[in-house]
Unconditional design. Sequence first.
Length: 299
Amino acid sequence: MAEREVRTVLTGGGFFEGPRWHEGTWWVSDFYRHTVSTVTADGQETVRFEVPGQPSGQGWLPDGSLVVVSMKTHEVLRWDGSALSTYADLTEHCGGHLNDLVVGPGGHVFVGDFGFDLMGGGEAATASLKRIDPDGTVSVAAEGLQFPNGSVITPDGGTLVVGETLGNRYTAFDLGADGSLTNRRVWASLGPEVTGRTVDEVLGQLAVAPDGCSLDAEGCIWAADAVGGRVVRVAEGGEIVDAVAAPEGLGVYACMLGGEDGRTLLMCAAPDFYEHNRAPVREAVLLATEVDVPHAGRP
């Protein structure tokens, strides 16, 4: 594992999530400031809009508008550059907070949820991956996932890979032009099968808890390891071929490749992920380091 300098880009966050590189700038959500911001490479933040229901994953539709998760209202919102509107309401299919999303080449939006009351100490339960079609229709694309979280789509648009944070694995699907997901398979096994009912029982068994992630040009996934205080570069099959540790005392909960040459790895870090600890304070940071292989060309 190469030694890399990790620098601080921005401080003062509540809990950063959903980082994206788009048209020459970083975009990032902040759960507890309820903001979606752009951030320059030298750390200048501009708040673009607020999401009272707690923003998370984001992506861009083919028409150039931004869609972003509103976690606590179970909605995906659309930002046209001047106003927010409801793009889809997914309440019917949610067992917990709505979470991260990825947009396919045909404009299909895939969104996961927690599956249970994580912050309230609910029993761990599986969740579904939901699909929003370009006409606004909402359906369940896949079921029985253990906390579906960060997802990537290959540059050819033919494969969707989703991290199961509480499942020690990445799961892949063939992605059809109509948004259908077929041929479900384990893309990378990161540890043994997890058992347990409480979140603490499950977290204690995880070798890697894949959170927000980014696909590189060699087909590896950089994943935030939500229990390991690091980001890991995972090859198909599960081998960890590289890793970057966060500064002591910080966990990493999302990451994204970007920058002008695609080799900057932005990391969302905080002391922990618990709402009662994070919401009252401003201890979250954005970190960055440089890696060898650029992004794959898709979020």
